[in-house]
Every structure is written in structure tokens, then in C-alpha cells.
Design a binder for this molecule. Structure first.
Ligand code: GLC
Ligand code: CA
Length: 558
């Protein structure tokens, strides 16, 4: 067994804007993160992935960077960032930087130069094309609504932006772009960051013929066959690995929208010299319909089980997984995959923790997940802050593709703002997040759901997370063991073995609000030790009837 630190690590994602505000301006900041490092240490996580804190006009909350070498003022200063690195390292925690290099802000000096003239030295840093018959160069839609091309009067040409019009895509075909990105990455590695989470890195290579995409449910053509896992993406990442990543002992995870098992084997294969692991999006996309994520369809359990099992077994021994329920782009995990009703919220959040932390692959916990924080369920569009939610609402309702009432329901279930409401620290005003006015409303349920009250309660979701993290840390078999699915046809229970040398574990999770019968496999039927369970049950032997959302990990006695 080849032991590797980033396989054994547990990652915690911080969305700085909503984590902790240290100076009362309503916006979370770097000093706020420093204030809470002891909390994170106590939780037991090893790596902190911090969403972007660099200079940005904030069109997409920092995912539109205008200076890769400067900290955004509202988040703090470079000295504070350096202090964060130092303080995290002093506690044995590492920092994973969010690397956003598929695009920059349109206010980045490269773009401001690029748009000036056709022969500007920075012209080819971005993707410029002439219009066709007075329209965009092709029919591609942008992820946040509208066309993926923006007309620029200065030179009468269009530039490509797969996200908002303030996020022009960089032209990775240009070796100077790659060089500039690699230099910048090296600079951050020298500063001491411990790795990168790479934003939409599967989209950096575009099919240079820029063909029209198929129009299905929405207004625009689907660009994904031509921009996702594009022709040169692996070549570019291998070059990045050769020139930067291989020189440091760091970890890398690619946000690879549209990744398949086969592609994951290339991005994160044992010998592929690209990335350590990728995020796949099949399970977060369950229920997506003709308007993509804008649906009120809930998740189908059998589909979830099939997807997770497929990723576990197909990458086994070939590439390394990452596992997660949520992040800053997803609804709250307990609302999406568990049950956030008062009756089942805690128990189902604990069930999700049991599952997440017993799968193969590096686990990622999103801030507040360890408290069982829920979706916000805003009643009106005016409460939303997210560019995607607002623009898609306007576009789809104006085109008559969905009614305003229905779209509001979709947002309640799927808007990214569900995950972006402030961290609920305690029962004081604004959940202890800020002494000022928070940039986005705090969830009204903070008096019941907050870190301070859970810290003192041994039966809380937070205490359960801590315990489950320790179980994973003390049992290497849960990190490295093979995954073997049990009872694939069971309509309520996701059960699997993890087998590592002589160590054998059984995990069973009831994903429903109904009791479920489960028969323990032979080798566990009598002699096993229960490592953790979210119910007070002494042992798990023979045929058992699991309560709603009951979950456990047992280890076979030797
Ligand atoms: C990624 C980020 C998301 C952002 C988008 C564009 O998906 O996670 O928050 O809006 O890329 O940068
Ligand atoms: Ca602040």
C-alpha cells in the first residue's frame, strides 16, 4: 500500500464571503478564517480549500479575477493571507488555493489590453471571432444565461465567455497564456500554498472549429461537446504538471464538469501525470431535466447508488476519487440528499456523514455541512444574490419556458445561494457571523442550528462529524480499502464493504424515512465491532431492521 497524504486527508471547503466576518462590514474575510482555525482543527480536518480571495470586481463572487497577485481588499491583505498560511500550518493544516484560469475578469489588465485592438500583444490571450450574418459566431449559450459571445464595439468582434460576460475565457492555445498561468502558479507555490482546486479545468481546451451546438430545452446551443474535455486539455495539464505541479509536494483536484469515468482515468490516473483527483458531477445532477438543474425533481435513490458505486468501482486501482455532497455551487447536502424536516434533519445529516467518510476517495466537507445547515428557501427573487440564479430566472421566465412560481420553487431547491448563507456560529444576532449587516440573509433557523450549541452537545451533528472523522483517521482501511457494493437491488439501503488486507468493514446507510430490513453478510453476522452508528444500538448482527436514516460502520473481528 502506497501511503499518500492527500489520499488520507479530509478537506473542508471555506466560502470566505460567508464564513466569518472579523470587521463588521457584513462580508466574511481572511482574519475571520484565522479566528476560526481552532474550530477547524478541533473538527479534525486536514486541508482547507478556500474559494477565491483575489482581486475581483465580484461579478461571480470572486470567480472573476482581475489580479492573480493581489488579495481583494474586502477579504484583507497579502500579509493577512500569509498569516493565514502560517497559522494553518502551525496547526498542521494545509491550504488549498482555488485556481480560476479558464477565464479572468473583463477588468483584468490582460483583457483590457486585448480588447483595445486586433494587433495588441494581448489580443490572443482571449478568444475573439467575427460575427456571422450580423449575429454571434455560433449559437452557444453561457452557463449563466444568454449567449456565450459578447460583441465588443472597439474592434467589432465577439469574445467568448462560457460564464458571465464579465468572465472572458482565456485562450489556452496561446503558449504565452499557459506560461503566464504557470508562472503565477509557481509564485503561489513558492509562497507556500499546499495545492490547487482548479475551477472548471475541464473546459480550458476548445474545439477550434467552434461548431453550433444542439438546442434542446433552452434558448441556446449546447457547447459542452466542444468545450468540455476538449481536444488538448490533457496535453495542457501534462504541461502544467511538468512545469509546475511536479516540482512541489502539493495536492490538486480538478473541477471537471462533464467528466466521464474514462476521462477521469486520464485526468487523475495513477500514471497520467496530470492531477491527483477530480470532482465528478453525476450525482449532483440527478433529476436534471430539459432546463438543466432548474427542476423540482428530487433525487432518485437507486440512481444515486448506481452512480456512486460506479465511480467507486471503476476508478479502483486506476485513479483516485474525491467524494462530496455539496459545495458553494450546490444546495445544502441535507436538503438535497437527506431530509431537512425537523424530525429527520439531524439523523439524516449524520447518515450522510457516515456515508461520505467511509467511501474511497478524499472526502470534502462544505462549511456548515458539519452542522446540518439547510437550504434557505427564499420566498422572493430579491433575496437572491447569485448571478446564475438571477440571470437564469429572468431568461427562462421571460422566454415563457417556466412560470415565475415554478422557477422560484426550482431556486429553493437548487440555487447556489442555498449554500452561501452565512455560517451559523452561535445563537446571537446574525448567527455570530457579523456584527454588521450580512451581505446575504442569515438562515432563520440559526437559533436551533449553530456551532456553539452543537459543540456542547455530544449528540449533535457536529459531534457526530468529529467522531466519524476520527473513525476514518484511525482506520486506514476506510481510506485505501476496496469498495464492494452489497445488495445492489435494495431500494432503501446503500451498503458496501471496504476490504483492506485482513481488515474488513461493512457500512450500511438507510437513505429513506422508512424502516428497512437488512441482513448482515456472513462474515459480520456475529463477531464485529461497531465503530460508529447514528442510533443507540448495541450491535448489528443477523437480520436487522434499520430505522429511518439509520447508518453504521462495523468492523469484522479477526
Ligand atoms: C465553477 C465555480 C463556480 C463559478 C464557475 C465559474 O463552477 O465553482 O462558483 O461560478 O466555476 O468560475
Ligand atoms: Ca469583513
Amino acid at each position: 500500500m502506497d501511503r499518500v497524504w492527500w489520499k488520507e486527508s479530509i478537506v473542508y471547503q471555506i466560502y470566505p464571503r460567508s464564513f466569518m466576518d472579523s470587521n463588521g462590514d457584513g462580508i466574511g474575510d481572511i482574519c475571520g478564517i484565522i479566528e476560526r482555525l481552532d474550530y477547524l482543527k478541533d473538527l479534525g480536518v486536514d486541508v482547507l480549500w478556500i474559494s477565491p480571495v483575489l482581486e475581483s470586481p465580484g461579478d461571480d463572487n470572486g470567480y472573476d479575477i482581475s489580479d492573480y497577485y493581489k488579495i481583494l481588499e474586502e477579504f484583507g491583505t497579502m500579509a493577512e493571507y500569509e498569516l493565514l498560511l502560517k497559522e494553518a500550518h502551525a496547526r498542521g493544516m494545509k491550504i488549498l488555493m482555488d485556481l480560476v484560469v479558464n477565464h479572468t475578469s473583463d477588468e483584468h489588465p490582460w483583457f483590457m489590453e486585448s480588447r483595445k485592438s486586433k494587433d495588441n500583444p494581448y489580443r490572443d490571450f482571449y478568444i475573439w471571432r467575427s460575427g456571422k450574418n450580423g449575429r454571434e459566431p455560433n449559437n452557444w449559450g453561457a452557463c449563466f444565461g444568454g449567449p456565450a459571445w459578447e460583441y465588443d464595439e472597439e474592434t467589432s468582434m465577439y469574445y467568448l465567455h462560457n460564464f458571465s460576460r464579465k468572465q472572458p475565457d482565456l485562450n489556452w492555445e496561446n503558449p504565452k497564456v499557459r506560461e503566464a498561468v504557470f508562472d503565477m502558479m509557481t509564485w503561489w507555490c513558492e509562497k507556500g500554498v499546499d495545492g490547487f482546486r482548479m475551477d472548471v479545468i475541464s473546459m480550458i481546451s476548445k474545439d477550434q472549429s467552434f461548431p453550433d451546438g444542439i438546442v434542446s430545452g433552452g434558448l441556446y446551443g449546447d457547447s459542452s461537446p466542444y468545450v468540455v474535455n476538449g481536444p488538448r486539455v490533457h496535453e495542457f495539464l501534462q504541461e502544467m504538471n511538468r512545469k509546475v505541479l511536479s516540482k512541489y509536494d502539493i495536492m490538486t483536484v480538478g473541477e471537471t464538469a462533464g467528466v466521464t469515468i474514462e476521462e477521469a482515468g486520464k485526468y487523475a490516473g495513477n500514471d497520467s501525470h496530470e492531477l491527483n483527483m477530480v470532482f465528478q458531477f453525476e450525482h449532483t445532477g440527478i433529476g436534471d431535466g430539459k432546463l438543466g438543474k432548474w427542476t423540482t425533481e428530487r433525487f432518485d435513490f437507486m440512481e444515486l447508488k448506481e452512480i456512486l458505486s460506479k465511480w467507486q468501482t471503476k476508478l479502483q486501482g486506476k485513479a483516485w476519487n474525491s467524494v462530496y455532497w455539496g459545495n458553494h455551487d450546490q444546495p445544502r447536502s441535507v436538503s438535497r440528499f437527506g431530509n431537512d424536516s425537523p424530525k429527520y434533519r439531524e439523523i439524516s445529516a449524520k447518515m450522510l456523514a457516515t456515508c461520505l467518510l467511509s467511501l474511497q476517495g478524499t472526502p470534502y466537507i462544505y462549511q456548515g455541512e458539519e452542522l446540518g445547515m439547510t437550504n434557505i428557501y427564499f420566498d422572493s427573487l430579491s433575496s437572491y444574490r447569485d448571478i446564475e440564479s438571477i440571470q437564469c430566472y429572468r431568461e427562462l421566465t421571460e422566454a415563457g419556458l417556466i412560470s415565475e412560481e415554478e422557477m422560484l420553487e426550482c431556486l429553493k431547491l437548487r440555487s447556489r445561494d442555498n449554500a452561501r448563507t452565512p455560517m451559523q456560529w452561535d445563537g446571537s444576532a446574525n448567527a455570530g457571523f457579523t456584527s454588521g449587516t450580512p451581505w446575504i440573509e442569515v438562515n432563520r433557523n440559526y437559533p436551533e442550528i449553530n456551532a456553539a450549541s452543537q459543540a456542547d452537545n455530544s449528540r449533535s451533528v457536529l459531534s457526530y462529524y468529529k467522531k466519524m472523522i476520527q473513525v476514518r483517521k484511525s482506520e486506514l482501511g476506510l481510506v485505501y480499502g476496496d469498495f464492494i457494493l452489497q445488495e445492489p437491488e435494495h431500494a432503501q439501503i446503500f451498503a458496501y464493504k471496504r476490504v483492506c488486507g485482513a481488515d474488513c468493514y461493512l457500512i450500511a446507510c438507510n437513505f429513506t424515512d422508512q424502516e428497512a430490513v437488512f441482513v448482515m453478510p456472513k462474515e459480520f453476522s456475529e463477531n464485529n465491532t461497531c465503530l460508529i452508528s447514528n442510533y443507540d444500538r448495541g450491535n448489528y448482527n443477523g437480520e436487522i431492521c434499520l430505522s429511518p436514516y439509520e447508518a453504521f460502520v462495523v468492523k469484522a473481528d479477526k
